[in-house]
Design a protein around this ligand. Structure first.
Ligand code: UDX
Ligand code: UDX
Length: 479
């Protein structure tokens, strides 16, 4: 008989822990899922009856929450109780890049993972399977195991025992529910076969068996970093080619389509854009760089580091193009920024290209009006580290005598946001930005007005017919 699983705990109710446990709870109705977090506000939001107040926005999440919440899925701050009753504990806390000390700027800060492991050692009962779900540097399982075992010895709790497994998450934000529902693969790394099978059985409730891969723990951890590094590398590669397209008469979309038809390359992840963002790509590559440097693999480290460098350069390049096209200065000019999240269909702004591009433009003295359908003004304030200016009718007058400031616009519906603006800059590919009425917008702008489309989503003819100038990323034939 396998290891019986009745109660599952997940530490960390974030972008990964929340949706992952919600999906599992919907697929495994006979198991209880307790999602715990130290952040009371976050837990309150997860428990909010008004589903639009959930802490994260993911298409399809609300429906699953309705199906599971307070039935076999519970959100709370009672970490002790959740750990005590758990047969499996997922660690799904954040692991940001270290800002100081050894490995600063590259390696991940494991302080939250360490804190979680200590809580597990303190409260767990009997045998527990501990699963690392957060993206972690290679060899973290060893660290978790050491913490668990030394805490066990120190507290003389010989009755408790653990197996540590690696089960990285491959969901992408914005499509998390779809990705969780039909994953390309589920990866389980570990040593104890029985523990691995017990975890695999959970997924077998909805994932075909051939998609559940068992590996050793190091391969599992490294595969997660490598997957993200490969994906990010494709984006830096295509973005670097977009720069070549712009100085020739090539069009990056045609190039992408042509190379994507090669079945060895494939068509996905070839959209040139303002540079990759999100909580994982940069962090995971920097982990890989740190690991390579640690083992003296200097060339390997600089190969992967260049993926991040191209991304930074690319974002700076876009900011510079905007300034150049606007006659070399944006001081006191009103520019409309459409989109602040790092991709469409998420309210997450971590490492969003918009943060860097907006900061560059603010440094140049531009006045920005920022719109995003899901990101709120306080999040943008946090990211830009500048307080917003209150907009008067979204008009330019609100920026009078000020430069290098920004305002937030809740809506683009009446086109007021475009009044007296010199340029519209599209940074996120939200669906609603594809349907703008450029004829009406053009009338409100200051000629010669520009549209900078970093996501290639506008209808080129409509923009040009409206008398606007268009710069489209990677298009050598733009204005
Ligand atoms: C993912 C990855 O799993 C992680 O490795 C990466 O660093 C960030 O992206 P994610 O779910 O997106 O994590 O992070 P986040 O939304 O920040 O959620 C983490 C949660 O863990 C937060 O709600 C935080 O309050 C909670 N937490 C953190 C705890 O409950 N306990 C702690 O000790 C630390
Ligand atoms: C990524 C991985 O895809 C996922 O497997 C992992 O678990 C977490 O990290 P995520 O960061 O949520 O997911 O989103 P993703 O769709 O990968 O996009 C990352 C960034 O790349 C975004 O800024 C997106 O706009 C950009 N991107 C993506 C492009 O610029 N072009 C593309 O073709 C695809």
């Amino acid at each position: 008989m396998g290891i019986p699983i009745k109660n599952i705990c997940c530490i960390g109710a974030g972008y990964v822990g929340g949706p992952t446990m919600t999906m599992m709870a919907s697929k495994c109705p006979d198991i209880n899922f307790n999602v715990v977090d130290i952040n009371e506000e976050r837990i309150k939001s997860w428990n909010n009856k008004n589903l639009s107040k959930l802490p994260i926005f993911e298409p399809g999440l609300e429906e699953l929450i309705i199906k599971t919440r307070n039935k076999n899925l519970f959100f709370s701050t009672d970490i002790k109780e959740a750990i005590e009753s758990a047969d499996i504990i997922f660690i799904s806390v954040n692991t940001p890049t270290k800002t100081k000390g050894l490995g600063a700027g590259k390696s991940s800060d494991l302080k939250w993972v360490e804190a979680s492991a200590r809580e597990v050692a303190r409260y767990s009962k009997g045998y527990t399977i501990v699963v690392e779900k957060s993206t972690l540097p290679v060899r973290t399982a060893e660290v978790i195991e050491n913490i668990l075992n030394s805490a066990k010895t120190n507290s003389k709790r010989e009755e408790i025992s653990f197996d540590v497994l690696s089960n990285p998450e491959f969901l992408a934000e914005g499509t998390a529910i779809k990705d969780l529902d039909s994953p390309d693969r589920v990866l389980i790394g570990g040593e104890n076969k029985n523990a691995m099978i017990a975890l695999g059985n959970l997924y077998k409730a909805w994932v075909p068996e051939e998609k559940i891969l068992f590996t050793n723990i190091w391969s599992s951890e490294l595969a997660k970093l490598t997957s993200n590094a490969f994906l990010a590398q494709r984006i830096s590669a295509i973005n670097s080619i977009s720069a070549i397209c712009e100085v020739t008469e090539a069009d990056i979309r045609e190039v992408s389509r042509a190379i994507g038809k090669d079945s060895r390359i494939g068509s996905k992840f070839l959209d040139s854009g303002p540079g990759f963002g999100g909580s994982c790509f940069k962090k995971d590559i920097l982990n890989l760089v740190y690991l390579s440097e640690y083992f003296g693999l200097t060339e390997v480290a600089s190969f992967w580091e260049s993926v991040v460098q191209i991304n930074n350069w690319h974002q700076k390049r876009i900011s510079e193009i905007i300034v150049k096209k606007l006659f070399g200065t944006v001081t006191n000019k009103k520019l409309v920024i459409l989109g602040f999240s790092f991709k469409a269909n998420t309210n997450d702004t971590r490492e969003s290209a918009a943060i860097h591009i907006c900061r560059n433009l603010l440094n140049e003295g531009a006045n920005l009006v920022i719109h995003d359908p899901k990101v709120n003004s306080s999040q943008i304030t946090n990211d830009l580290k500048i307080n917003p200016t209150k907009l008067i009718d979204n008009d330019n007058s609100s920026f009078d005598k000020k430069s290098g400031t920004w305002g937030f616009s809740k809506s683009i519906n009446n086109n007021e946001i475009f009044n007296n603006s010199y340029a519209v800059i599209i940074l996120t590919e939200w669906e609603e930005y594809r349907k703008l009425n450029w004829k009406l917008i053009a009338k409100k702008m200051v000629p010669p007005a520009w549209v900078f489309d970093s996501r290639s989503i506008v209808n080129t003819n409509e923009v040009k017919d409206a008398g606007l100038r268009l710069w489209r990323l990677g298009n050598g034939l733009s204005d």
